[in-house]
Design a protein around this ligand. Structure first.
Ligand SMILES: Nc1ncnc2c1ncn2[C@@H]1O[C@H](COP(=O)(O)OP(=O)(O)OP(=O)(O)O)[C@@H](O)[C@H]1O
Ligand SMILES: [Mg+2]
Length: 266
C-alpha cells in the first residue's frame, strides 16, 4: 500500500532523513522508532506531503505521490494525527470530527449557501458518521461542548476520531501515547488493534516501547536520519545497533542492560 524508498530530506545542512526505506501493507501496523531528533516526524511530513523530500520516492497503492500536495495525499487515503495535538479547541467535539467527513462528503458551495435539502442530507450523514467514530474511540461525554474543556487524553481521542472520519486506508499516528497515563495507554493499545481490525493500516511513531513491541508487525529504527534496523519487534529489540542508538557509545554494562529493558518494553 505505502512504499517509501530511500527517502531524503535536508534542511540546509541538516539531513533530517537520510535514506529511509519501509513499506506498510494493507492492515499492517508498522512502527517508526528512534531517539529524539532522529527524523521520524520529518519522514511522516514527507509521506503526508507537508514537506517535499529532497530525494527518494513515495508510492501509494502503486502511484507515485512524491512531493504531491497534502490535500491530494489525504484524498488518496492517508490520514494522520500530530505530535503536538492539533484539534480545534474553540469548536465542539462533534464539529471537530465532522470536519473530517468533509473530505468525502463532496458538498457543493451553492447547496451550502442555499441550504438545499441535498446539503441538509449530507450534513446529517456527516453528523451520523462523526457520532459513529466518537463511539468507536470511546468518547461518551458531551459532544456539543468545546474541545478545549476536555482532559488531554480525550482531546487526543477526538483527533484520532477526526482522522478516522476521513475514511483513510492508512493512518499515521505521531506519538499518540505521549502525555497519557497508564490506563489511557492500555486503552490506546486496544484502540489501535480495533482500528487495524477495520482493515486500516497504521504507521506509528512512538517512544513508549511497551506499546510499540505489543502492537507492531514490524519496526523501523531511525538514528540521525539513517535507518539502522528494520524487522519484527523480536528482531529489533535484541539488535545491538538499536540499543546503542538509544544510549550512545560510552555506556557501561548496567546502562546497556537498562536500555535493553527499555527497548524490549519491559
Ligand atoms: N522545519 C524544520 N526546519 C529545520 N530543521 C528541522 C525542521 N523540522 C525538523 N528539523 C530537524 O530535523 C531533525 C529531525 O527532526 P524530527 O522532528 O523529524 O525528529 P523526530 O524523530 O520526530 O524527534 P522527536 O522524537 O523529538 O519528535 C532534527 O535535527 C530537527 O531539528
Ligand atoms: Mg517527532
Amino acid at each position: 500500500m505505502l512504499e517509501v524508498e530511500d527517502l531524503q530530506l535536508a534542511f540546509g545542512g541538516v539531513r533530517a532523513v537520510d535514506g529511509l526505506t519501509f513499506r506498510v501493507g494493507q492492515g499492517e501496523i508498522v512502527s517508526v522508532i528512534g531517539p529524539n531528533g532522529a527524523g521520524k516526524t520529518s519522514a511522516f511530513n514527507c509521506v503526508t506531503g507537508f514537506y517535499r523530500p529532497t530525494g527518494g520516492r513515495i508510492t501509494l497503492n502503486g502511484s507515485d505521490v512524491t512531493g504531491r500536495r497534502p490535500s491530494l495525499i489525504a484524498a488518496r487515503g492517508i490520514s494522520r494525527t500530530f505530535q503536538n495535538l492539533r484539534v480545534f479547541d474553540e469548536m465542539s467535539v462533534l464539529d471537530n470530527v465532522r470536519a473530517g467527513t468533509h473530505l468525502w462528503l463532496r458538498q457543493r458551495v451553492l447547496d451550502a449557501l442555499l441550504h438545499t435539502p441535498r446539503y441538509r442530507r449530507s450534513e446529517q450523514e456527516g453528523t451520523q458518521e462523526a457520532h459513529k467514530w466518537l463511539d468507536f474511540v470511546g468518547l461518551r461525554g458531551d459532544r456539543a461542548g468545546l474541545v478545549r474543556n476536555l482532559p488531554y487524553g480525550e482531546r487526543r481521542r477526538v483527533e484520532i476520531a477526526r482522522a478516522l472520519a476521513r475514511r483513510p486506508s492508512l493512518l499515521l499516528l505521531d506519538e499518540p501515547a505521549a502525555g497519557l497515563n497508564h490506563s489511557e495507554k492500555a486503552e490506546l493499545l486496544e484502540l489501535i488493534r480495533r482500528i487495524r481490525e477495520l482493515g486500516i493500516a497504521i504507521a506509528l511513531i512512538e517512544h513508549d516501547m511497551g506499546l510499540v513491541m505489543q502492537v507492531s508487525d514490524r519496526v523501523v529504527v531511525l538514528n540521525f536520519g539513517k535507518e539502522i534496523a528494520d524487522g519484527t519487534p523480536g528482531e529489533v529489540r535484541g539488535d545491538p545497533a538499536v540499543i546503542e542508538a538509544y544510549l550512545g557509545r560510552d555506556a557501561d554494562e548496567s546502562e546497556v542492560e537498562t536500555a535493553r529493558k527499555e527497548v524490549s518494553g519491559a
